[in-house]
Design a protein around this ligand. Structure first.
Ligand code: ADP
Length: 256
């Protein structure tokens, strides 16, 4: 659709722009880091104050380098390779990573029904998208709360999407939520309410890009003070569509 095309073009432009800027910026930072390390070597061992200042500058430059690496990775997004993905397997495979990025004050729940059909999506991008959603949920709950990942099969409301069925993967949090103005801009590239160095504003655009690029849909609902629900609608893998759509097998003809 028109909206998808505009979004894809914007993402492409953003990718090129960030890739270019990040590349130049990274080169500059490497020079800064190199000089700081040389300076640290030449410092008199007793000059603790100067050493501390250099350590601070190094830490800042390292953080900047980490950020540019993330931007670079975003800029040279790999072409998407949709494949048959079992969500159980994918989510189980990354649940340690997800849990480890959460504090003990956050409860993490997985609610994937055992018979959830496989979806057709780029598995690496889906992992990144889930990580982005879980990190956003975490950041919205500084004092703790609950993150729940659920899966279900659903038909889209008329006109939102071509008829399905789809698998709806949702990440729900009990965090601070978003007001209408924030919600309206949340998937916009570079929109962030997080402090500099923490947010890039590229998480949700990536998630939305994945959803649209897979022939699916991304939906955010939020209530300030209550929490946020992010829904990723993904198409079933072709083999699954056949089994889901097929009428139940006719009873075998009685022997005669
Ligand atoms: P970033 O996380 O780098 O800020 P995103 O594109 O992932 O970039 O998110 C954009 C903004 O949307 C966030 O800065 C935040 O204001 C808002 N947001 C996203 N997810 C949530 C959430 N689960 N709860 C509250 N606000 C959210």
């Amino acid at each position: 659709t028109e909206a998808n095309l505009v979004h894809a073009q914007k993402m492409e432009a953003v990718g090129q722009l960030t890739g270019g800027i990040a590349h130049d910026f990274n080169n500059l930072l490497m020079a800064v880091l190199g000089s700081l390390k040389l300076l640290r070597k030449r410092l008199a061992p007793e000059d603790a104050k100067a050493r501390q200042l250099i350590e601070n500058a190094l830490a800042g430059a390292e953080r900047g380098a980490g950020l540019t690496r993330r931007l670079l990775a975003f800029g040279r997004r790999q072409p998407s390779r949709p494949e048959r993905v079992e969500l159980h397997r994918l989510v189980r495979g990354m649940s340690d990573l997800l849990r480890n990025s959460l504090s003990a004050a956050i409860r993490f729940q997985l609610r994937l029904p055992p018979n959830l059909p496989a979806v057709q999506v780029d598995a690496n991008q889906l992992e990144l998208a889930l990580l982005n959603l879980v990190v956003n949920a975490r950041d919205a709950m500084p004092a703790g709360g609950t993150i729940t990942i659920t899966g279900r099969v659903a038909e889209p409301e008329a006109e939102a999407l071509p008829p399905g069925p789809y698998v709806v993967l949702s990440v729900t949090d009990t965090g601070e939520g978003m007001d209408d103005a924030t919600l309206a801009r949340a998937t916009e590239p570079f929109f962030t309410t997080k402090p500099a160095g923490k947010g890039t504003g590229l998480g949700l655009p990536m998630v939305q890009g994945l959803a649209l690029g897979s022939g699916g849909h991304f939906l955010l609902r939020s209530i300030p003070g209550v929490g946020t629900e992010a829904e990723l609608w993904l198409p079933l893998s072709p083999a699954e569509v056949a089994t889901e759509a097929a009428p139940s097998p006719a009873p075998a003809a009685p022997p005669r």
